[in-house]
Design a protein around this ligand. Structure first.
Ligand code: SF4
Length: 259
């Protein structure tokens, strides 16, 4: 156990064993509460808004220890975990002390926090979101933020992708495909083109899921895109030169799409 840290984390919960956060690794997940985006399709509306409880690092460590010997990795997600940089750092330090690989899921809005953690050797793999085409108008619509925030979010995303690529740490960029919101070949191709320019090699298209506590309840009436829809969009990304494009569906899990 670490020497009594003063740091507290506002958490939404834990998942002892997840295979759908860091794909391919059995991961204990910690979900930090609060987010600076308001994506209408977010499945964790109350968590994004900050619902959760404040806990000590000792509590987090005890909880993570329960999965030791089985889980390969410790992951932190949210909400947006970089909004609690001290807690995030300490949780990842717990992972290191316990001999686990460390994983982070982020909306890419805090590149300096993520890149510092990489530089400190605290991260092994990062999954980050590209919500929409990198124009303020589209980003604002899809992330539920103002045009000014969207401009900043786009700069941050570009800085983070570039910084991760330069450092050689494992990472992937994810876009959630939501019918009527983000579902066109043109938009996916535009995102992919930019990602290639920035040095991203791995891109994942995620299937929108209407279950859960969505921020915009009207989206609950939408049908998820089909696996074939996602594969068609993945081909558009492949045509832009991304090395590896995957689709993730509830039916089949993660699949690499061939040209
Ligand atoms: S889906 Fe959007 S609103 Fe929800 S936690 Fe992620 S970035 Fe925040």
């Amino acid at each position: 156990m670490s020497a009594m840290s003063e740091v507290r984390a506002r958490i939404a919960g834990f998942v002892d064993f997840s295979t759908i956060d860091w794909f391919g690794k059995l991961t204990t997940m910690v979900f930090l509460s609060g987010c600076n985006f308001r994506c209408p399709y977010c499945q964790n509306g109350p968590v994004a808004l900050g619902e959760g409880e404040v806990v000590t690092m000792e509590f987090v460590e005890q909880r993570v220890r329960r999965s030791l010997g089985v889980a390969e990795a410790l992951g932190v997600s949210g909400g947006e975990p970089t909004l609690q940089p001290k807690a995030l750092r300490e949780i990842l330090a717990v992972g290191r002390r316990l001999g686990l690989k460390n994983f982070l899921e982020t909306n890419a809005s805090n590149p300096s926090v993520v890149l510092s953690l990489v530089d400190e050797g605290l991260l092994d793999y990062v999954a980050l979101d590209a919500k929409a085409a990198l124009t303020p108008k589209r980003y604002a619509e899809v992330a539920g933020i103002s045009a000014k925030q969207a401009e900043d979010a786009i700069s941050c995303l570009m800085e983070l992708v570039k910084g991760l690529a330069e450092r050689g740490v494992g990472f992937e960029v994810r876009t959630t495909i939501v019918p009527t919101l983000v579902d066109s070949r043109e938009e996916v191709a535009e995102i992919a083109r930019k990602l290639v320019e920035l040095g991203c090699r791995r891109y994942v298209l995620m299937q929108f899921d209407p279950n859960g506590d969505l921020i915009d309840k009207r989206l609950k009436a939408l049908k998820p895109p089909s696996r074939q829809d996602l594969i068609d969009l993945a081909r558009a990304a492949l045509e832009e030169g991304v090395s590896e494009v995957y689709v993730f569906t509830r039916e089949e899990g993660l699949e690499l799409v061939q040209r």
